[in-house]
Structure formats: C-alpha cells, structure tokens
Write a protein that binds this ligand. Structure first.
Ligand code: CAO
Length: 242
C-alpha cells in the first residue's frame, strides 16, 4: 500500500529515508565547507564575569517594562565586541591576497537558528547604535530569519560574527570563521561558578566565550588579549565608554 509522502522526502524504505537538503542548508553548507578547508582555525576560550551586567540588564528591563523596550545579553555582547574590535583592529579586517584590509565600519552579524537551517543577519553600523537599538534590531532580524524573510541585504557586509547559544546551553564550542571575516565569537549559557576573591569563594555569573580566529591574521597571544579585554568590558560595562 503506498505510504503518504511528506514534502521534501523523496524515497523511503525499511532502512531509512532520503530527504532533500533545504536551500539554506545547501548554501550554508558550501560556505562552511569552504571556510573550514581554507582557513587555519584556532579557538581560544575564556570566561567573562557578567554578574553585574546581568543584574543591570534585569533592573533596566524592569524599569523600561512599560515602554515595550527589552535589553538582551546578545545586544550587550555585540556592543562590547564593537569596542573590542576598535581596540584590536586586526579583528576587523579581511585578507585580500597578501594584503590585510582594515575596515573602518562595524557591522556585526549574529547566527540565527531557524527551522530551515542557519542564517546570519547583520546589524549595520553597530558602533552608532545604542544597546536598546541593537536589541530591538536583532530581535526583529531574528524574527525575520525564522519567518524565512531575510533578503541578501540583511545578510551581507559583516565584519565580525557572534554565535550565541546561551539560550540553549552548552559550555564551549569551536565556531567556524565566516570568510571574508577573520574571527567569530561564540558564547554559551552563563552559569554561577564559585570564584576565589582572595579570601573566600564567591558566586559569580560566568559567561563561557569561544573565540575562533584565522591564524594567518591573528596569533594566539592576540586572540587571548582580545578575550581578556572583552571579558573586562563585560565585567564592568562602564569601560565600553572609555
Ligand atoms: N546565558 C544564559 N541565558 C541566556 C544567555 C546566556 N548567555 N543568552 C540568552 N539567555 C537567555 C535569555 O535570558 C532568555 O531567557 P528568558 O526568555 O527567560 O528571558 C533566553 O535565553 C532566550 O534569549 P533571547 O530570546 O534573548 O535569545 P538570544 O539573544 O540568546 O538569541 C538568537 C537570539 C537569534 C541568537 C538565538 O535565538 C539563536 O538562534 N541562537 C542560535 C545560534 C546558533 O545556532 N549558533 C550556532 C552557529 S554554528 O553552528
């Protein structure tokens, strides 16, 4: 008796079924493969103490509750990353043959998980936007991504990418650089950890960070400095203004 066929499923049998890859998966798969093969990746991990930042975020969200505005941790991480890119301009470059092209603008992409696969919308000129603006724009772009309505203009021109898995979990991972960018930051779920303050262990909310860089452009020492600086910014967000 013929079995009902689901859309996208081509052949079925006792041992398995064959399904067409989605259009997004075909495109992102080819890009991921090219980047994985062509770029010598190195991933450096660090932790950021976001205890005070999370308390500030929660307090601000309460204060602005009636306005409909909402601050997300991703928006703070995007803003802090822009400051770190300004401090370490090598991370805001592209390799062009034997030349390194330094960019003077700060377009930050973020990976968005959708039912059809991974897409990477871009917040343009994030240096000129407030954390509230970035939160609203990333929320709108994430919704557009899930609805399958992102256009090419929404996904092009990025300088640096953030892959935020904090809403899901995980500890650390090794994201793949999205060429022609030279680095990508991954973050996982923040957890309370006991931290020694010199006298005693104190509970601190800790964000695991995974920075993958193109080793042709960025050495391990520089990547570690970037992580240390980014962690300082997130630990005391006032530093972003300095
Ligand atoms: N630690 C702990 N909790 C976190 C967190 C973190 N680092 N980041 C976010 N959360 C929490 C939020 O507080 C929120 O909880 P509440 O609903 O209780 O407020 C929840 O997780 C969801 O957060 P959010 O709606 O703000 O979403 P987000 O900003 O974390 O992420 C987006 C948005 C689009 C980046 C995300 O939905 C997504 O698609 N992530 C997957 C990215 C991905 O697939 N990367 C892999 C690429 S490589 O294969």
């Amino acid at each position: 008796r013929p079995r009902p066929r689901r859309e996208g499923w081509r052949r079925s049998g006792r041992t398995g079924e064959r399904q067409d890859l989605s259009r997004i998966r075909k495109i992102s798969g080819a890009n991921l493969h090219r980047n994985w093969v062509l770029i010598p990746h190195v991933t450096n991990h660090d932790d950021a103490d976001i205890t005070d930042l999370e308390a500030f975020r929660v307090a601000m969200n309460k204060e602005f509750e009636k306005s409909g505005k909402k601050l997300t941790m991703l928006a703070f991480i995007i803003k802090a990353s822009v400051r770190a890119l300004q401090e370490f301009p090598e991370f805001n470059t592209s390799l062009d043959g034997d030349n390194l092209v330094y960019k003077k603008y700060f377009n930050i992409a973020f990976a968005a998980d959708t039912p059809n696969g991974l897409v990477v919308p871009v917040i343009k000129d994030a240096d000129k936007k407030s954390v509230f603006d970035i939160a609203a724009e990333s929320g709108a772009l994430a919704k557009k991504a899930r609805d399958g309505k992102l256009g090419p203009a929404d996904m092009s021109g990025a300088c640096f990418t953030i892959s935020a898995l904090g809403g899901i979990g995980g500890t650390y991972f090794a994201p793949i650089v999205n060429a022609p960018e030279v680095a990508i930051l991954g973050v996982n779920k923040s957890v309370m950890k006991p931290v020694w303050d010199g006298k005693q262990f104190v509970p601190r909310l800790t964000l695991p960070m995974s920075l993958t860089a193109d080793h042709r452009v960025i050495d391990g020492a520089l990547a570690t400095r970037f992580n240390v600086y980014l962690a300082q910014l997130l630990a005391d967000f006032r530093r972003v203004m300095l």
